[in-house]
Ligand binder design. Structure first.
Ligand SMILES: Nc1ncnc2c1ncn2[C@@H]1O[C@H](COP(=O)(O)OP(=O)(O)OP(=O)(O)O)[C@@H](O)[C@H]1O
Ligand SMILES: [Mg+2]
Length: 146
């Protein structure tokens, strides 16, 4: 059972991103699950701020992905909501992105069979009015989320 962390304020999401940020490195993959408006892009923005990416990160949903090369590591921010096929996914060059930087994936369901690994799965949601996230970490990161 994953621990449920409540994110009642934006500050709590920012704090979470600044906790997770130092655990990531080149090659890290973080999947951001969760319904519309649950806070996936806001988390990505906060992680971008941690990485020192000056330009404001916004939602990549119309362009599928955006990349930022001005921070500590390249950041690839994908939103697969509008992706129509698995072929399109492969055309994006996902595996090259993963090798080169930190990859954050919103609406990652369609990519599940193609991702070599996922270091963290963050599942955002609502419990009544409250926002929460559940964190599933791989073996290497598990101790940080006990
Ligand atoms: N912890 C929080 N506290 C308060 N507001 C938040 C929090 N996290 C996100 N928000 C706000 O909720 C709105 C929706 O968030 P966001 O765009 O991150 O959702 P999303 O999960 O990316 O949605 P989509 O599936 O449409 O891409 C934004 O206005 C954002 O600022
Ligand atoms: Mg979004």
């Amino acid at each position: 059972m994953n621990k449920r962390i409540y994110l009642d304020t934006k500050k709590e999401t920012i704090d979470l991103a600044y906790y997770i940020g130092p655990l990531l490195q080149r090659g890290s993959v973080v999947s951001l699950f969760g319904e519309l408006g649950s806070g996936k892009t806001f988390f990505a923005k906060a992680l971008g701020a941690f990485l020192g990416i000056g330009e404001e990160i916004d939602s990549p949903s119309f362009v599928i992905f955006k990349e930022y090369h001005c921070g500590r590591f390249p950041l690839y921010h994908l939103d697969l909501y509008r992706l129509k096929s698995e072929d399109e996914l492969l055309d994006l060059g996902l595996l090259d992105m993963i090798e080169t930087g930190i990859t954050l994936i919103e609406w990652p369901e369609i990519a599940q069979d193609f991702l070599p690994y996922q270091n963290l799965k963050l599942k955002f949601g609502f419990e009544g009015e409250r926002r929460f996230v559940e964190i599933e970490a791989d073996e290497d990161l598990a101790e940080h989320f006990a």
